[in-house]
Design a protein around this ligand. Structure first.
Ligand code: GLY
Ligand code: MN
Ligand code: MN
Length: 440
């Protein structure tokens, strides 16, 4: 009897097997283990495709979905039970455990892979596998394909002649979030919202950026998150203008803005939220002007998010509000249509507005269909994250220099529009200042 959670993974495997058809196979290795130095490993995080199809977080495993053996369509090759190793690394499910706990049809010792894999490729002409990702398993798979080819010369059966990228199978499934996934994303969003609110309350001049980061990490872990979804960006003052600043070691000063781009990962689902707020006080007038432009841009882009719209439409909506604001305050030249055509806003808003989000913060899924940006559909989740970054040496009026702002939420496309999964994180000037001045 497998758990309801395993039933979700089993249903996904079934769907994928149906999608690849009787002569297709899907092969997904577990994430490789990476050595940090000597015999110490980097912390292990399972490959998202593998976890999506199995719910299994052990390393040194390979999932094979194939119709070659009708009774063994879902098969896992795994580390065997080994009390002497389990003393060091913790319990393993082993070949029998993955059948009883995860609901696969069969489990085998990973040491049997080279011998058994060619048999699962007999009668298979198409293998869905991420060729070119550099996974150490590549060599084993190619050897198995070679062995299947040799066997086919005698048996006359099909052997793999085509590799299909996961983009067209698993990743298309992952792009559309099911209810179990949305539940995890909502829970990750709730913990992330708590952490951002805590940051707004605790940040004070004289503290280091990493102290605020630590306060957020504390809430992430207490909330049940295994890890952050990406390295947190906690950039104060001019560091807020560095898009992927991660040093997080500056001592904050009165009058700084603090840009925090941080989200937790919960049950393998990410959240990705950015807020920008004054450290222990109120926005200065120039900060407030640029903040209101960025917020209006983000709200306009969120409003444009609905089935049928494209990410280019959403970006255009965000960029035109920023361009209009920058023209109004003399940071770029108008008129608006020319500024948009020449993308003059790019000096201060140099990235795109959105990416898919799900198990991976920059999630899988095709952005284009037939060479054109694909229309949004219900079940997709994307970020909306416009920003305005005025470098310290920018050729603009001095009062704007060194101001960096980004505001980011995670947006689910619904049948009649959208739902902001991270709406609980305050972002109006009044709501933000209520927290940043709460201890004053
Ligand atoms: N946190 C990375 C990003 O916003 O894309
Ligand atoms: Mn982000
Ligand atoms: Mn993002």
């Amino acid at each position: 009897m497998v758990s309801p959670k395993s039933a979700v993974h089993a249903a996904r495997r079934r769907r994928l097997l149906d999608h690849v058809g009787p002569t297709g196979a899907v092969i997904v290795p577990a994430a490789a283990v990476h050595i940090r130095n000597n015999d110490v490993e980097h912390s292990y995080r399972q490959d998202s495709d593998f976890f999506y199809l199995t719910g299994f977080d052990e390393p040194h495993a390979v999932l094979v979905l194939s119709h070659a053996h009708p009774e063994q369509q879902s098969v896992l090759f795994v580390q065997p039970r080994d009390p002497s190793r389990e003393v060091w690394d913790g319990p393993r499910l082993g070949a029998e455990g993955v059948v009883s706990e995860l609901g696969v049809d069969a489990g085998f010792d990973i040491a049997e892979l080279a011998e058994k894999l060619p048999g699962f490729l007999e009668g298979v002409d198409t293998v869905h596998y991420a060729v070119g990702s550099g996974h150490p398993f590549d060599a084993q798979l190619f050897a198995a394909v070679g062995a299947a080819r040799q066997r086919a010369r005698r048996s006359g059966k099909l052997f793999p002649t085509t590799f299909v990228d996961p983009l067209h199978g698993i990743h298309e499934m992952r792009l559309f979030k099911d209810e179990a996934e949305l539940d995890a994303m909502r829970r990750a969003a709730a913990v992330t919202a708590d952490a951002h609110q805590r940051a707004m309350v605790v940040a004070r001049p004289g503290m280091h950026e990493f102290e605020v980061q630590a306060a957020m990490d504390h809430i992430f872990r207490l909330g049940g998150c295994e890890r952050t979804a990406y390295d947190s960006i906690v950039g104060s003052g001019p560091n807020a203008t560095i898009l992927h600043y991660r040093a997080n070691r500056r001592k904050m000063e009165a009058g700084d803005l603090l840009l925090i781009d941080a989200g937790c990962e919960l049950d393998y689902y990410a959240s990705d939220v950015t807020r920008t707020f004054p450290v222990g006080g109120r926005f200065t007038e120039p900060q407030k002007i640029l903040y209101e432009i960025c917020l209006a841009s983000q709200e306009t882009a969120i409003a444009a998010t609905k089935p049928g719209a494209t990410l280019d439409d959403v970006h255009e909506a965000a960029a035109s509000v920023i361009a209009a604001g920058l023209i109004e305050h003399g940071l770029i030249e108008g008129p608006l249509d020319e500024a948009m055509k020449e993308q003059r806003y790019k000096t201060f808003f140099m990235h795109k507005t959105s990416h898919w989000i799900g198990m991976d913060v920059h999630d899988v899924g095709a952005y284009f269909a037939d060479g054109a940006p694909r229309p949004l559909e219900p079940g997709m989740v994307l970020t909306i994250e416009p920003g305005i970054y005025v470098a310290e040496n920018a050729e603009v009026d001095e009062r704007w220099r060194g101001i960096g702002i980004r505001i980011e939420d995670d947006i689910l496309v619904t049948a009649d529009g959208h739902e902001n999964l991270t709406a609980a994180v305050p972002k109006t000037v009044a709501d933000v200042e209520a927290l940043t001045t709460s201890g004053a």
